[in-house]
Design a protein around this ligand. Sequence first.
Ligand code: CA
Length: 259
Amino acid sequence: MSNVLIVEDEKHLADGLRFNLEAEGYEVETAADGETALLLLLEEGRSFDVVVLDVMLPGADGFHVAAELRHAGSFVPVLMLTARGRPEDVLRGFESGADDYLPKPFELAVLIARIGALLRRREWLRHDREAAKPAAAAPASKVEDERRGDEPETFSFDGKSIDFSALELRTKGRTLRLTLMEAEFLRHLVRRAGQVVSRKSLLEEVWGLHEDTDTRAIDNFVVRLRKYIEDEPSRPRHLLTVRGVGYRFVAEVESEREF
Ligand code: CA
């Protein structure tokens, strides 16, 4: 049985979710604020399979909670509940370490499907990836649809290796955990290595955002990824900015450019 932690300050919503998720066979705990959630997850070390995390909470908000979890080395899957019409919340959510998002108000069936998708992904990582392909096609995110292709699961460049399935980046002597979205962002660029990829395309294809968004928000995400993959993040050689357009991933580093 899977354990779900619902972090939601609107009691009627939290109770409704608990009721429905329990009916689906989940074990459910609720927390009405971010501090309580962090207490349960980090200090008490309680183990949950998925966290449903509202953004708008009294005190520490959902962004803070997600960032604290990742900072503390907890990679429990996080489904963030964002306000509809605020795409910047979605980007901020992924920046802070969320794995998926759902705008409020949402259909209960969609929430349940997303929780199921996150759990399946977790199982894939835990067990033999090949043997653990899902038997039934559930409404899944684009990310998962893409995972079912025959793409290689790892990509190596410049002494580094990205394992898209295990969500790990291995560099000289160390292994970094990636969030689902960090891995998908890198995969989107790696697939198009050498090509210029627009911010708009990244927003649409990686995050599923179609609204007009301040696309510069993506730059913060890139800053963090550069810390992972670049030897000198302030002088990127792989994840390059194409001014005014977007980004370009280069696997083979050319000889040092003269400035
Ligand atoms: Ca709320």
